[in-house]
Design a protein around this ligand. Structure first.
Ligand SMILES: [Zn+2]
Length: 377
């Protein structure tokens, strides 16, 4: 009876294991798309052939590339990081702002009167902001937190005020500062994001633009700018210049599911294909450090786990809707396996115990039997 139960458990265990391995291989289907999407656009680049960026843009093979996975356990609190203060973000409806679909993203042009005043050696002037997103099934933030993707990400690109404009600054080591924030899904429509998203249909075709009234762009970023991660990296698109001082805010902003769907489903790129999944895979740190402006990050972490995670970071695991506290499918599987393992172990011990009892009983019978034998002799 017990032996039967134990065998059944083993069978279930094996079945779940094989199911899990087949599901994890299908998660990497994105790579198979890469092969049949090379249509000879040698001067173009796309998100389905990220591995080839380096052959045309050598910086994409560099050792300070972005995005990265932000490991909250190894990020070190730097109390000397100066706070970020913004100026001129509170635009009024005039002058209007140009919104465009450049075939890679949705981009809003910003005036240089929008500035980061403190946080860096010099003021940095805004040039543009844009977004990265995925699909309903695949969250599309570029940076990840502990290997978890968020549904989308906003980048506000600034250039060092010591340069005349962004194109002059873009390839200088201290040229750019990008403020990035994760976009999650909330219950309510985000009226600030709606000021951009309501104009999506007007730029659905590649290389089209429209004008939208100015608005307070500060509201596109999280309420708190105090908690952020900082590291040195690159543009996340070709030419991948390694000239970006990255700030990723810890707090997220939220938009409604409907708003995210609009971002994911409206824009078209070349040959009328849907413009989606415009995020680059996380890049290796190559010895870079991520510092945090806040100190409650737990510090202990075994080095073995750290290096495994880093090696892993390009495989792009996913979370359903993102959220640092939200469990990824991997977490759930791990818990399921853990539970199953314990049950199997328990079954095994019960079985072993039963066997031992039986054996003891048998051996006791032997003991009783022996003296009888002796008497016989
Ligand atoms: Zn970006």
């Amino acid at each position: 009876m017990l032996r039967k139960a134990f065998l059944t458990l083993l069978l279930i265990h094996g079945l779940v294991l094989s199911l899990a391995s087949s599901s994890s291989s299908s998660e990497e289907d994105g790579s198979s798309e890469q092969e049949h999407d090379k249509k000879g656009h040698s001067h173009h680049w796309g998100y389905t052939d990220q591995d080839t960026w380096g052959s045309m843009f050598t910086d994409c093979n560099g050792k300070s590339q972005s995005p990265i996975d932000i490991n909250t356990k190894t990020a070190v609190h730097d109390p000397k990081l100066p706070a970020i203060s913004l100026q001129g973000y509170d635009l009024t409806d005039q002058p209007a702002l140009t919104l465009l679909n450049n075939g890679h993203t949705l981009q809003l042009m910003l005036p240089p009167t929008m500035r980061i005043m403190t946080g860096f050696d010099r003021p940095y002037y805004a040039a543009q902001l844009h977004f990265h997103w995925g699909t309903v099934e695949e969250p599309g933030s570029e940076h990840t937190i502990d290997n978890v993707h968020f549904p989308a990400e906003i980048h506000v690109v600034h250039y060092n005020s010591k340069y005349a404009n962004i194109s002059e600054a873009a390839n200088k080591p201290d040229g750019l500062a990008v403020l990035g924030a994760f976009i999650g899904i909330g219950l309510h429509e985000n009226e600030n994001y709606e000021k951009i998203l309501s104009a999506l249909k007007d730029v659905s075709v590649e290389e089209t633009k429209t004008e939208i009234p100015g608005f307070n762009a500060r509201h596109l970023l999280p309420n708190s700018l105090e908690r952020f991660y900082r590291y040195t990296g690159s543009l996340t698109t070709p030419p991948c210049f390694q000239t970006v001082n990255w700030t990723m805010f810890n707090d997220t902003v939220t938009v409604s599911r409907k708003q995210l769907a609009a971002l994911e489903d409206t824009l078209k790129m070349e040959q009328n294909q849907l413009l989606s999944k415009n995020f680059r895979a996380p890049q290796l740190l190559h010895g870079r450090h991520v510092v945090a402006s806040f100190g409650d990050t737990p510090v202990q972490q075994s080095p073995k786990i750290v290096s495994l995670k880093e090696a892993d970071s390009s495989t792009r695991p996913r979370a359903s809707t993102g959220g640092v506290a939200g469990m990824s499918r991997g977490d759930i599987l791990a818990i399921a396996f853990g539970g199953l393992f314990v049950v199997t172990l328990l079954g095994f011990f019960m079985y072993a115990y039963q066997q031992r009892k039986k054996f003891k009983k048998d051996s006791r019978q032997n003991v009783i039997y022996k003296p009888a034998n002796k008497e016989d002799a």
